[in-house]
Design a binder for this molecule. Structure first.
Ligand code: AGP
Length: 345
C-alpha cells in the first residue's frame, strides 16, 4: 500500500486536529484584520499550496467580499520591486514553510505595512516564524511526495478564517462536518477511484475541468495526475476552456469534469453536452445523477454544501491519482525528478 493512500485516509483525523489547534489564532488574526480595516488580500504560494490559495480567493471574496489576488512572488524575490501593501493582508502558504520566494514576498509585505499570516505544516520553519500570525496545518509529517493531507488542511485554515471574518458564529459546525463526511465516504470513494482508474489506465494525457469553489480542485487534479502517473494533464475553469482550448475536443481527448451541485450546474451540464457531441472521453465526478448520461465513466461523490465540496472532491481526485498510478505500475510516493521540498527563488 502506498504512503499516499495512507495519508489520504488520515484526513478526517488530521482535519479535526487542525480545526481544534487553530481556533484561537484565527480569531486573533480576524480581530487584527478588523482593527486595521484590511480591504485587500494577496496570497503567495507554489504548487499544491497555490491551489489552496485559489480556494482561499473564493472563500474571502464570497464570504467576506474582500478582493483577493494571487501574488507573483518574483516581484519581490527577483525583481526587487517594492509594493504598497498598506491595508493588505499578505498570506504566505507553504507546506514545508521553506518556500524562499514566498518568504521574501511575506517579508516585503511586513516592511510595506501589511498584516502578515502564514500557513505551514512546520512550526519551526522560516515562513512560520516570519509571519505575525502562523496558522498550523498540524497534519503530522507528510512523507509522500504527493501532498494530500497538507492540501486539505491549508484549505481548512483559509475556510475557518473566512467564516470567522464573515461573522459566522457557527463556523465550527460547518468545518466539523468535513472530517465526519470524509470519514463516512473515503472507503466508497476509494472503490469508485479504483474503477475510474481501471477505465482510464491507458490515458497519456487529459484535461481536468471545474468552476467556482472547485476550480482549484481541477488544477490540483491535473498536478496530482502529472506527478504520480506521468500523464500530461492540464486543468481549466470551464469558462476558460470555452475560450480556445475546447477546439482540441475530439474522440482522442480525455477529460475529467468535477461537477459539484452548485451555482455552476448549468455550465457543467453544457460543457458535458459539448464534450459528448465531440466524442471526447468524459469522466464525471459529481453527486448529480442528472449528469450520469453524459459520462463514459461516472464517479459518484456525496452531496455537500458548495463551499465544502472541494474537500470531498480533493479526496476523490487524490484517490483517483493514487489508483491510476497503481494501474500504471508507478510508485506515487516517489515521482521521478521530484523531492518533497522544492525551493524556488
Ligand atoms: C504536491 O503534490 C507537489 N509535490 C508540490 O506542489 C508540493 O506541494 C510543493 O512543492 C510544496 O511546496 P511548499 O512546501 O512550499 O508548499
Amino acid at each position: 500500500m502506498s504512503i499516499m493512500r495512507k495519508e489520504i485516509f488520515e484526513q478526517p483525523e488530521v482535519l479535526r486536529k487542525c480545526i481544534e489547534t487553530n481556533g484561537i489564532t484565527v480569531t486573533a488574526l480576524v480581530a487584527a484584520l478588523k482593527k486595521h480595516d484590511v480591504k485587500f488580500i494577496s496570497i503567495a504560494a507554489r504548487g499544491t499550496s497555490d491551489h489552496a490559495a485559489i480556494f482561499g480567493k473564493y472563500v474571502f471574496e464570497y464570504l467576506v467580499g474582500c478582493p483577493t489576488c494571487l501574488a507573483a512572488p518574483s516581484i519581490a524575490s527577483v525583481y526587487g520591486r517594492k509594493l504598497d501593501l498598506r491595508g493588505t493582508l499578505v498570506i504566505g502558504i507553504s507546506q514545508s514553510g521553506m518556500a524562499q520566494d514566498v518568504l521574501e514576498y511575506l517579508e516585503e509585505g511586513k516592511g510595506a505595512g501589511a498584516i502578515t499570516a502564514s500557513i505551514t505544516n512546520n512550526i519551526d520553519s522560516p515562513l512560520a516564524k516570519a509571519a505575525e500570525f502562523h496558522l498550523f496545518c498540524n497534519a503530522g509529517l507528510e512523507k509522500s511526495v504527493a501532498a494530500t493531507k497538507t492540501f486539505v488542511t491549508e484549505m481548512m485554515l483559509l475556510l475557518m478564517t473566512g467564516l470567522i471574518w464573515s461573522g459566522n458564529t457557527d463556523y465550527l459546525k460547518l468545518c466539523g462536518t468535513v472530517p465526519d463526511l470524509l470519514e463516512q465516504s473515503l472507503e466508497s470513494l476509494e472503490g469508485s477511484a479504483k474503477q475510474a482508474a481501471e477505465h482510464l489506465k491507458n490515458i497519456r494525457d487529459c484535461i481536468t475541468l471545474s468552476r467556482g469553489f472547485s476550480y482549484p480542485i481541477a488544477l490540483e487534479s491535473a498536478l496530482k495526475i502529472q506527478e504520480t502517473c506521468y500523464v500530461k494533464a492540464k486543468g481549466y475553469s470551464v469558462s476558460d476552456f470555452y475560450h480556445g482550448p475546447i477546439a482540441i475536443a475530439d474522440e482522442s481527448l480525455q477529460t475529467i469534469l468535477i461537477a459539484p451541485e452548485s451555482k455552476m450546474m448549468h455550465d457543467f451540464e453544457q460543457v458535458a453536452k459539448r464534450l459528448r457531441e465531440a466524442h471526447a472521453g468524459l469522466t464525471i465526478i459529481s453527486p448529480s445523477e442528472s449528469l450520469r448520461s453524459y459520462a463514459d465513466f461516472f464517479f459518484p461523490v456525496p452531496k455537500t454544501d458548495e463551499i465544502t465540496a472541494p474537500f470531498v472532491n480533493a479526496a476523490a481526485i487524490q484517490l483517483l491519482a493514487c489508483k491510476l498510478a497503481d494501474e500504471k505500475g508507478i510508485n506515487p510516493d516517489m515521482p521521478r525528478m521530484l523531492k518533497k521540498v522544492t525551493i524556488t527563488v
